[in-house]
Design a protein around this ligand. Sequence first.
Ligand SMILES: N[C@@H](CCC(=O)N[C@@H](CS)C(=O)NCC(=O)O)C(=O)O
Length: 221
Amino acid sequence: MLKIYGVYRSRATRNIWLCDEMGIPFEMVPVVQANRLKNPSAPDAPLHTRSPAFLKVNPNGHIPSIDDNGLVLHESLAINLYLAKKHGGTLAPANISEDGQMTMWSVWAATEIEPNAIQILYHRVAKPEAERDPKVVAAAVQALRMPMQALDAALAKTGHLVGGRFTVADINVAECLRFAQGAPEAFEGAPNVQKWLAACQARPAFKAMMAKRDAEPAQVD
Ligand SMILES: N[C@@H](CCC(=O)N[C@@H](CS)C(=O)NCC(=O)O)C(=O)O
């Protein structure tokens, strides 16, 4: 069975959401972020991103990784593209042109959206209030203006990114953009993005994934 190394409170959500959408059975191998542990070198520490055993799986020391019958892959968005293509169906590219577009949107999300969106997550939601810097959020929101307008225009015609239907590209972009949702101002003037993201997040597979994520304890030790 497909193994997903990671925890729900990580980018593994991207792969879990896709697997739930496509009905792909998987087993979670719990690996937590080392920086969430008080003492990662304690002998009884849970498997984490600096554990020698996990570094054998992913020498980058990041989650998620997958093991699909011996094929080990890293990078959440690449994993989703691989799983969609392997299992086929409407979420997968129907031809090389769609494949190109889905790859483009996934790389776009990783480079044009995620680095700024994650700053919003850190400085509006994740960090303790005393460590949050509103200037970092303002700069990230500003940097997201153009890509957000580009996304809004791309969604105008069909409400989806590729092929006029919900695909792996929607999951990959929506998951990167989720990190920016702590700053509603980043979505101002982008009504198509707002509508599309709400529709993506209303899907039963997304809701099931988020319910499990929210049920996972935020405190790990
Ligand atoms: N580009 C990678 C990023 C992976 C990543 O940074 N994962 C975080 C958790 S969401 C992580 O492993 N952090 C803990 C660490 O780096 O030790 C991907 O999309 O899979």
